[in-house]
Each structure stands twice: as structure tokens, then as C-alpha cells.
Design a protein around this ligand. Structure first.
Ligand SMILES: Cc1cc2nc3c(=O)[nH]c(=O)nc-3n(C[C@H](O)[C@H](O)[C@H](O)COP(=O)(O)OP(=O)(O)OC[C@H]3O[C@@H](n4cnc5c(N)ncnc54)[C@H](O)[C@@H]3O)c2cc1C
Length: 553
């Protein structure tokens, strides 16, 4: 009987493999060395002065690139100094990692006067408007938090119930508010059989193999100029080249669990159901156990990176880069790059440019270089993040067609891939916190809550009134993001942008096509810095910054 069921299982897997475009153990592209059609490394640096590097963008990628450059520049007797200038068009550091005080008249300004006591008890800390959480496996961020003396907050929300909603019914309900890692808590739900365990062990082996990239063995083999090679080396090529539902089925995760719950995880993390996202997107969405965030905002990590790098920071609209022109080199001299800002102020000539923003969103004209043709157009998920200040302690049961006395969850994840005819109107809803009375009093009597919602459309006032109850919505703050790439399966090597599209031009956000998180942008920045140092000085780091044993901060 046991042999028979094994045979049936094997037959099922074989059948599934045959249906896939590429069997999961076979890559859709052939790996060829580390080369691409992009520009080469150029000749080694021969001048006495330190190379001038322009970093465009001060988010996770750009800020960490500047920091890693300064880290290597400080190593004694190695001659790896660089002279770094950062261009950031926003008036703050952090990019998609930023915070908001939705209860204030000016939600984007820090209400605390400069230099105010950090322990001021009247100060209400902000909430994350963009990238919210990271996990213990995110070694660069975890090291930064401890090295820079920042504090962590568990990312959760108010006490209450968590549930997944498919537009017609709760597919899952659990007592307790778990925040991002709720699906990892699912253990004994008989409907799903062993699927939660299978999914968890799949996530664990993916995380374990990803963690290798910080090790001396991995880093000392040299930097990658091709994301296809990187994903193969970290065992991510197979999940990256298949839709998540196909991949998970092949790996033995049941369809019910995948469509009801894993889909809710990919929806809240990447605004995309498992039928339209690649396997890496789904696996990363599930790897959320122990999610935390930095007290006062994750962007504080990136402010620290820049502050400690000693790099020049050009901030604000006048620092928006308009064009980058390649000045050809010779066989003995490296190419240079002329960076111009929209204001005409603060541009300059650089020996390398690190582009740390999604190229097609920057409005930058790249001139005299094949780079624009080598960076594939990448669609991003349009995501609405809405903060609601309400005196309703939960959403209204009537919105969900439930009897008035129903005990309602205050953390709801939408799942869009069940057979239900009606689909949820939002991706997620989370009661973040109750406002202190001193602030709540601005809106009226009673307790006011801050609720964060994700959706693919703007939420109409009428809809919010029905969801929270007429007259219960005191304030709404909305932010529209081009949040992360639409992560369709990677079908060929050319789906990835090159990491070095031309001599002296490096592209951090090439990594986002594989996965988009704060941590992986710092991983990509480390790889870019490692590639740059190799191109200029023939230097290869012996290990990652996360594993660097230097007591350095
Ligand atoms: C709502 C939301 C939720 C998310 N949740 C999470 C999460 O929980 N955990 C997680 O790890 N990740 C999350 N992410 C993804 C994460 O935010 C990104 O992967 C990461 O922050 C990208 O960092 P980056 O530095 O590559 O790009 P960005 O943060 O986009 O930084 C690029 C910077 O370049 C600047 N720039 C652009 N053009 C120019 C120009 N021409 N001149 C000068 N400057 C320019 C921009 O102003 C920007 O500051 C989330 C994203 C969003 C939007």
C-alpha cells in the first residue's frame, strides 16, 4: 500500500513536471561564465587620487552602497579609498522605506523639534508607510541595527484576531494578532494536511541556501555581474522561473493551502496572487517569522549608513539627476561619466556611477552608452497604502455580510485565488495601534485607532464608511507607490538587467527582478561594490559585511 501511494505520488510529480515550461531542476537559460553582453570591467585604476563615485538614490541600495565603499576605503594599506557623492531627489533618505504620522496635520513631517529628548513621553512614534518589516535572516539589516545602536519593535498590531478573507467567507481565523508571520504559526489545520509543514520546510531550505551568500566561501569567489548566475548559485533559479502555484504544487504543497493562504501572503507582500508571481516571490512572502522593524522607522538604518559613510549627500529636488553621459576611455584610461542635475547645480564628472533606483522610474537619460537598451522595461505593482483614523475598534460585520454580534478580526488578509465569485476590496487591513488619549482627543471622544490598509485601488470614502461604520472615520491618509516589480517568472537570462551595464556603470536595482526587499537591495549593493572594487583595484572581499569581524560601525 505504501509502495503504491509512493508510486502514485511519483507519477503525479512526473506529470506535473511535464506540464511545466521547464522542469524545476532544469534552468531556462544556460549559464555561461560570468559574462554578459554588457560593458566590461575596464582597466585598473592608475591615478594617484581616489576614484570619484556618484551614487544615484539614497534608499536601502544607495545608502548601503555608500557605506560599503567607505567600509573598504578604511581598510588599512589596501588603497581602496573612493570619493563618494550621493544624489537623492527626495528631501529625506530612505526611498521606499519611509514613515508617516497620519494623525498629524502634516503627516510627513517629524513633529519632534530637532534635538528634542528621544525619551520624550509625549512624542508618538511614526508608523511605516513603505517597507515595514525585516527578519532575523536579513543579516545586513540585523548587523546594522546592533552596530548603530538602533532599537527594534516587534511588528504586529493591536491584540485581537487574525483572519484571511476571500470576498465571501473567512478561509482562516486565528485568535491573536501575529503580524506578518501569521502563516508560519499555522500548524494543525486538518483541511491542509501536511502542507503547512511542507511549505515551512521549503522556506527553511530556501533561507538556508540564501544565507550562504554571506559566507566567506561564497563572497571570496568574486562578485556577480549576472543575476542569472547569482540566482543559480543561491538555488533560486528554479523557483524564479516558475509561477508560484506551479512551483509549490511540484514541491508537494497542497493546492488548497496554496490558493487560500500562501496566496494571501504573496498578496500582502507583493500585491500579487500566487498565480501571477514567481516562486521566489512566494517563498520570500512566507519567510516572515519574527518580523521586526526599527523603532522610529526602518529608514534610520539608511540614515546611519549615509551619516557614517562620510559621503557627500545632495538632497532634494535640485539634486534630481537628469542625465548621465559617458565620456569614452582609452585602452589605458577608464571611461568617465558626466552627471547633470535638473537644477544644473552640483553635477560633476565621475569615474563610476552606481544607479540605485529603478532605472525606468528615474527619468534619467543615459547618453553614449548601450545601457538603456540592456535594462529591460520593468512594470511595477501600483499599490495604495491607506491609513484610517477611526473610533471603530474593529471593522463592521455588516460589511462582510455577517450578523451584528460577530466577533470581528482586526487583522485581515485578502486572498484572491479561491473559487469565490466576489473578491476582497483590499489586500490587507491591520489595526496598528490605539492613539494615546492626548492625540485621540483631536478627533473626538473615545479611543481612536490607526489602521493600515493595502489595496490595488484607491479606497472610496463611501466604502470606508461602510467598512468602519458611518461617522466612524475621522481621517484618511493615502500614499500611492510603484512598490515592487511585477514578479513574473524569469524566462531567459535577458529578463534580468545586467549588474554592470557598461564600464563604470553599476545597477543595484537589477536585483529587484529576482526579489525586492530592503535586505536584498543591501545584498545587491554589496555585490555592486565588490564588482566595482574588483574592476578598479583587482580586489575581492574575503567575506560579507554582515560576517566581517571588525567591531566596525
Ligand atoms: C508599501 C511597501 C511595502 C514594502 N514592504 C516591505 C517590507 O515589509 N520589507 C522589505 O524588506 N521590503 C518591503 N518593500 C520593498 C522595499 O521597500 C524595497 O525593496 C527597497 O526599499 C528598495 O530600495 P532601493 O534603495 O533599491 O530603492 P528606493 O527605496 O526606491 O530608492 C531609490 C531612491 O532613488 C531616488 N531617485 C529616483 N530617481 C532619482 C533621480 N533621477 N535623481 C536622484 N534620486 C533619484 C528616489 O527618490 C529614491 O529615494 C516594500 C515597498 C513598499 C512600497
Amino acid at each position: 500500500m505504501r509502495a503504491l501511494s509512493t508510486l502514485v505520488l511519483l507519477a503525479l510529480i512526473a506529470h506535473t513536471s511535464a506540464q511545466l515550461l521547464w522542469p524545476v531542476n532544469q534552468l531556462p537559460f544556460r549559464l555561461a561564465g560570468n559574462g554578459t553582453t554588457a560593458g566590461g570591467p575596464g582597466v585598473h585604476w592608475k591615478e594617484k587620487r581616489a576614484p570619484r563615485i556618484a551614487v544615484i538614490g539614497a534608499g536601502a541600495g544607495g545608502s548601503s552602497a555608500a557605506y560599503f565603499l567607505s567600509h573598504f576605503g578604511k581598510l588599512k594599506d589596501l588603497g581602496l579609498e573612493t570619493d563618494v557623492t550621493i544624489y537623492e531627489q527626495a528631501d529625506h533618505v530612505g526611498g521606499r522605506s519611509t514613515v508617516v504620522w497620519p494623525w498629524n496635520d502634516d503627516p510627513l513631517s517629524d513633529p519632534r523639534p530637532l534635538g528634542a529628548d528621544k525619551n520624550d513621553t509625549l512624542y508618538e512614534p511614526p508608523v511605516e508607510m513603505g517597507a515595514s518589516v525585516f527578519v532575523a535572516a536579513n543579516k545586513n539589516l540585523v548587523k546594522a541595527v546592533s552596530a548603530f545602536g538602533l532599537e527594534l519593535d516587534a511588528y504586529g498590531g493591536e491584540e485581537g484576531q487574525t483572519a484571511a478573507w476571500d470576498g465571501e467567507r473567512w478561509v482562516y481565523q486565528e485568535k491573536g494578532s501575529f503580524g506578518w508571520g501569521w502563516w508560519s504559526k499555522i500548524k494543525a489545520v486538518w483541511r491542509y494536511g501536511r502542507s503547512p509543514f511542507t511549505a515551512r520546510s521549503l522556506v527553511k531550505s530556501t533561507v538556508d541556501s540564501f544565507l550562504r551568500l554571506y559566507s566567506p566561501d561564497f563572497v571570496s569567489q568574486g562578485a556577480f555581474d549576472s543575476l542569472a548566475n547569482f540566482s543559480a548559485a543561491t538555488n533560486l533559479a528554479a523557483p524564479a522561473s516558475h509561477y508560484a502555484d506551479e512551483y509549490l504544487t511540484h514541491e508537494g504543497v497542497g493546492e488548497l493551502f496554496t490558493r487560500e493562504l500562501i496566496s494571501a501572503a504573496s498578496q500582502v507582500n507583493y500585491g500579487t496572487p500566487i498565480t501571477r508571481i514567481h516562486g521566489v516571490g512566494a517563498l520570500v512572502s512566507l519567510a516572515a517569522t519574527g518580523a521586526t522593524s526599527v523603532r522610529g522607522g526602518n529608514r534610520r538604518i539608511f540614515e546611519e549608513f549615509i551619516g557614517r559613510s562620510g559621503a557627500r549627500l545632495r538632497l532634494g529636488e535640485t539634486a534630481r539627476v537628469q542625465s548621465v553621459l559617458k565620456l569614452d576611455g582609452t585602452k589605458d584610461r577608464r571611461a568617465q561619466w558626466l552627471v547633470k542635475t535638473v537644477s544644473g547645480v552640483g553635477g560633476g564628472t565621475y569615474d563610476a556611477v552606481v544607479l540605485a533606483a529603478p532605472f525606468h522610474q528615474t527619468g534619467i537619460e543615459l547618453v553614449n552608452t548601450p545601457a538603456p537598451a540592456l535594462i529591460p522595461k520593468q512594470a511595477y505593482v501600483r499599490l495604495f497604502v491607506t491609513f484610517v483614523i477611526t473610533n471603530a475598534s474593529t471593522p463592521q460585520p455588516s460589511y462582510f455580510d455577517l450578523p451584528p454580534d460577530t466577533r470581528m478580526p482586526n487583522e485581515i488578509f485578502g486572498t484572491f485565488t479561491t473559487p469565490s465569485r466576489h473578491k476582497p476590496t483590499f489586500n490587507s487591513l491591520n489595526y496598528l495601534k490605539a492613539l494615546p488619549a492626548s492625540i485621540g482627543a483631536r478627533f473626538g471622544e473615545g479611543t481612536f485607532h490607526v489602521v493600515k490598509m493595502f489595496s490595488s485601488r484607491s479606497l472610496e470614502p463611501e466604502m470606508l464608511d461602510t467598512l468602519y461604520g458611518a461617522g466612524n472615520v475621522a481621517k484618511v491618509v493615502e500614499k500611492v507607490w510603484f512598490a515592487y516589480p511585477q514578479l513574473a517568472p524569469v524566462r531567459s537570462e535577458d529578463d534580468f538587467a545586467p549588474v554592470r551595464p557598461d564600464e563604470g556603470l553599476y545597477y543595484v536595482n537589477a536585483f529587484e527582478r529576482l526579489i525586492s526587499t530592503m535586505e536584498t537591495e543591501t545584498v545587491s549593493a554589496f555585490n555592486v561594490v565588490s564588482l566595482l572594487l574588483n574592476d578598479f583595484f583587482g580586489y575581492t572581499p574575503p567575506t560579507s559585511w554582515a560576517e566581517w569581524d571588525d567591531g566596525d560601525a
